[in-house]
Design a protein. Structure first.
Length: 191
C-alpha cells in the first residue's frame, strides 16, 4: 500500500527545494592590482599578572595598631625584651587553651612581653565581652583578616606565634598551640 502525500503539503515543499537550488554561488573576488592586505601582526599578549609570592614575616617586623583597651600598641616600644606575637581567634579552641599560659608568662617574666593579634572579623565591644570571660594580662589588637599587618606572614592556621628577640628580630615561629615551656626553650637555645 502506498501512501499519497496530500497536495497542499507537496507544493510548499517543492517550492522550498527549488529556491534552495536557485541560490547564487559566490563568485571569486576580482583580482586586484594591489597586493593582498597583510593579516594584522599578532601583538604580544599583556603579561599575565602573577600571583604575589607568599608573604613572609619580616626579619625585623614592625607593628603599630590600636589595642582593644584603646591604647596604642607599638612593637618597637618593647625592644630589650623578648616579644611573643600571637595570632589567635575567639572561635579557635587551641587558641583559647593557650591564652592562660601566655598570660601567666607575660605577668611572671619581666623579660618577656606578649601581644595577642585577634585574627578575625570582630567588633571591639564583642571582643571586650569575650575578654571579660577570658581575661589576659597582655594587650589584644584586632587585625583585619583581609588586610593583616604587612610585616607578618598571612597565617595559614591558628594559633600562630612569632618569637622576637630583644633586638626585634624574628627568632622563631610556632604553628599550632604553644606552651610557656616551648617559648622558654627557644629563648634558652637562642642565648
Amino acid at each position: 500500500m502506498t501512501r499519497k502525500t496530500p497536495l497542499p503539503l507537496l507544493l510548499p515543499l517543492t517550492l522550498l527545494l527549488a529556491l534552495a537550488a536557485c541560490k547564487p554561488t559566490q563568485e571569486p573576488a576580482p583580482a586586484s592590482s594591489q597586493p593582498p592586505a597583510r593579516a594584522p601582526t599578532p601583538t604580544t599578549p599583556a603579561p599575565v599578572e602573577e600571583t604575589p609570592a607568599e608573604r613572609t614575616t619580616a626579619e625585623f617586623p614592625t607593628l603599630k595598631m590600636k589595642a582593644v583597651d584603646g591604647s596604642d600598641y607599638d612593637l618597637a616600644a618593647h625592644r630589650g625584651k623578648w616579644v611573643i606575637v600571637n595570632f589567635w581567634a575567639t572561635w579557635c579552641a587551641p587558641c583559647r587553651k593557650e591564652m592562660p599560659e601566655l598570660s601567666a608568662l607575660h605577668a611572671m617574666r619581666s623579660n618577656i612581653e606578649v601581644v595577642g593579634l585577634a585574627y578575625e572579623d570582630i567588633e571591639v565591644p564583642e571582643m571586650q565581652s569575650f575578654l571579660t570571660k577570658h581575661p589576659v594580662t597582655y594587650p589584644i589588637v584586632i587585625v583585619d583578616p583581609f588586610d593583616p599587618p604587612a610585616d607578618f606572614a598571612t597565617p595559614r592556621g591558628l594559633p600562630l606565634t612569632h618569637l622576637l628577640d630583644p633586638q626585634g628580630k624574628l627568632a622563631h615561629t610556632f604553628l599550632g598551640p604553644v606552651t610557656a615551656a616551648d617559648i622558654e626553650k627557644q629563648i634558652a637555645a637562642a642565648k
